[in-house]
Design a protein around this ligand. Sequence first.
Ligand SMILES: NC(=O)c1ccc[n+]([C@@H]2O[C@H](COP(=O)([O-])OP(=O)(O)OC[C@H]3O[C@@H](n4cnc5c(N)ncnc54)[C@H](O)[C@@H]3O)[C@@H](O)[C@H]2O)c1
Length: 309
Amino acid sequence: MAAVKPIQKIPISSLERLGIVFNIENKSQGIQENLRALSNVHVTGVVLVFDVGIFVHIVEVQLMRLKDKVAIITGAANGIGLAAAERFAGEGAAVAMADYDADMGITRAQELKEKGLNAEFFQVNVADRQSIDSMAEAVKAAFGKIDILINNAGITRDGMLSKLSPDDFQAVMDVNLSGVFHCTQAVLPFMLEQGRGKIINTSSVSGIYGNVGQTNYAAAKAGVVGMTKTWAKELGRKGINVNAVAPGFISTGMTAKVPEKVIGQMQGMVPLGRLGKPEDIANAYLFLASDESDYVNGTVLHVDGGIMM
Ligand SMILES: NC(=O)c1ccc[n+]([C@@H]2O[C@H](COP(=O)([O-])OP(=O)(O)OC[C@H]3O[C@@H](n4cnc5c(N)ncnc54)[C@H](O)[C@@H]3O)[C@@H](O)[C@H]2O)c1
């Protein structure tokens, strides 16, 4: 059973779209049974019903937005990817946590399993096509299909242009740009086969506006936007949506390396007055992975507290 999370309030009109209509005769217990019969609704145990006029207007349920979906999340052993793995599995997905870091990945996947979530670790180096192909095959063998790919793995090797080494330039391109290309190409046949899929790429505020000391990172993340829009055009008619998320400054291991003074300056740039949390980005991934975004394609969703407007 999925972890119990905060219950959402949803209007009866949403339930009607899911195929159930309640009348005033419904008692709470009966409604719970009706909801349990629905494939994409998970009842957390308590359903509160408020009657207004002759219709029930609000019930409290937890929607399972990714029930029966299989999602690969790269870079899922830490930070944003880990938050996304937990969020997706909590919404009913089988999650393949694909990461280079096996020690952390195995431990984190085990922790999610102990919470009753469906998550498995798969080791991959997204800079190595052979490793990616093996991972994609292993996920298909374990879970039977691949519905969602979150290209989240990423690294930084910052340096001012005058000092940036060609090796550091290339390393970031290999993971942050080529990695996205190779993972998507490896997974694409499985999505084409079923005529449906969701691909979500991770760009960055640096890729949109540039950032001092990040020639390599900004170039790769801008390239991700170009690939996203191209694939959205190529794959839309084949039932595959391709979108990107551009996070702002998010508190993870990646930003932990940044000096405190610079973090303070970053925070000062954010109209919401705080750095983002990994969960803020996981929520955006979730929207773009769920059926709720079926008509969203080729978009770059900025999740940055309003840094640049
Ligand atoms: N944290 C931020 O402020 C921020 C801002 C904008 C964009 N992003 C992007 O969000 C994504 C996640 O970043 P994060 O902050 O969670 O970083 P993180 O460093 O916390 O996690 C990155 C994960 O990617 C994995 N990884 C690195 N290289 C890999 C490889 N070659 N193969 C497989 N896995 C690999 C790491 O092991 C790690 O688990 C990245 O693409 C990053 O560029 C982050």
